[in-house]
Write a protein that binds this ligand. Structure first.
Ligand SMILES: *Cc1c(COP(=O)(O)O)cnc(C)c1O
Length: 383
């Protein structure tokens, strides 16, 4: 594989630009289909809860293998509604990993409950052993975060929840299509949540999300929550709800994208294989588990999150070669937001915050781009 990259002339490599993300490219890829679809939706005046939303929900339900999918405004409200379904309310505590998006904790706060932060392990997923010391009589639920498109050790999460009598509320926002022992992310807890923020593998042209559930009664409650508490048939208000519907035009756009979803996931896994082949032997790096390294999981590689010695210097070195990298959430773990004053037990996450970063990962990357990244990383550690 390195022969492929050494064939690239030095100037070509110097001029190569690999931005971290490529939003214009993602639009251009299906531009004609997108514009036809948007034109059709707008021409029909079909803005709120129309057939495009229903079709998108049905397509997603078939893909996941779940009875009910409800499009909602974003992933954060999906998490909030899932917590409400689990009965989380004022006075309760909910355990979640400190290495996650603030939205996971904010959803707990929106229910009037208190987030309590545990640690992650070297695969960056929740480490339930670190949660033992955080359980109190008020603990109501645990939130495994299916981070970076990977699933947590769900056997360990289930055993922990069982032992302490807790509800499981998954944050599966990053993991649409990921599996653990053949079971799909989003189906392990009370309800599953997904985000269609533009940087997610299935991203829309703005904000979007979905909540999934098998239970008919819970689905009815969710339908009311997302539409001002109204019963969809009678229109009668049965509870105080929210306005958190998924826009019909966004659903139509995602129906277009969704046709290519499986292909796009496979491309991500191919890219992860190249990273593994070329960077796996570098001692200064900790890579995520390789796509074929464990037969318990299908990892969708929402992100390629590594740990690196001399991370900040590596990022500068890559930036000078036109390669964009980021640190998820600006390099912060939730327990580090002092103003939130949250209780935590997260020593691994604490030391990791100086070491972690994301390499570019999306289906439009060419093999040459990935080899340019690998060449540049290798050159950095060789000095
Ligand atoms: C994207 C994301 C969410 C939800 O984000 P929204 O922007 O509200 O859609 C929640 N948790 C995690 C881990 C995420 O990455």
């Amino acid at each position: 594989m390195s022969s492929q990259s050494s064939g690239t002339s030095i100037t070509a490599a110097a001029n190569r630009r690999v931005p971290f993300f490529d939003y214009p490219g993602l639009f251009a890829e299906h531009e004609t289909e997108f514009m036809e679809t948007i034109h059709d939706v707008l021409g029909r005046g079909a803005y709120i809860m129309q057939k495009d939303l229903t079709h998108f929900e049905e397509a997603l339900a078939r893909f996941i293998g779940v009875k009910h999918v409800l499009g909602v405004a974003d992933g954060t409200i999906a998490l909030t509604l899932a917590l409400k379904l689990a009965g989380v309310g004022p006075g309760d505590e909910v355990i979640l990993p400190s290495h996650t998006f603030i939205a996971t904790a904010a959803a707990v706060n929106h229910c009037g409950a208190t987030p309590v932060l545990c640690d992650c392990g070297p695969d960056h997923m929740i480490d339930v052993a670190s949660a033992e010391s955080l359980v109190t009589p008020r603990t109501k639920a645990i939130m495994p975060v299916q981070l970076n498109g990977r699933t947590c050790d769900m056997d360990a999460v289930a055993a922990f929840a069982e032992k302490h009598g807790l509800e499981i509320v998954e944050d599966s926002c990053q993991a649409l299509g990921a599996t653990y022992r053949g079971r799909v992310a989003g189906t392990f807890g009370v309800a599953g949540s997904f985000s269609f923020f533009p940087a997610k593998v299935l991203g829309c042209f703005g904000d979007g999300g979905a909540i999934i559930v098998d239970d008919d009664e819970k689905a009815e409650i969710l339908r009311q929550y997302r539409d001002h508490g109204r019963d969809p048939v009678s229109g009668k208000v049965t509870r105080f709800g929210y306005n958190c519907r998924l826009d019909n035009v966004q659903a139509a756009v995602m129906l277009v994208k969704f046709q290519y979803y499986k292909r796009d996931l496979e491309r991500r896994r191919d890219i992860a294989r190249i990273y593994q082949d070329r960077l796996g032997a570098i001692d200064a790096l900790l890579l995520p588990p390789a796509p074929d390294s464990d037969n318990l999981r299908y990892d969708i590689f929402q992100n390629y999150e590594i740990e690196a010695e001399n991370r900040d210097a590596l990022r500068e070195h890559l930036a000078a070669r036109g390669i964009g990298t980021i640190m998820q959430w600006g390099g912060h773990m939730i327990h580090q937001f002092e103003q939130l004053g949250l209780r935590s037990n997260a020593p691994y996450a604490e030391q990791m915050s100086a070491r972690y970063m994301l390499l570019p990962m999306h289906h439009l990357l060419k093999d040459d781009d990935v080899h340019h990244i690998c060449d540049s990383v290798i050159a950095f550690y060789r000095g």
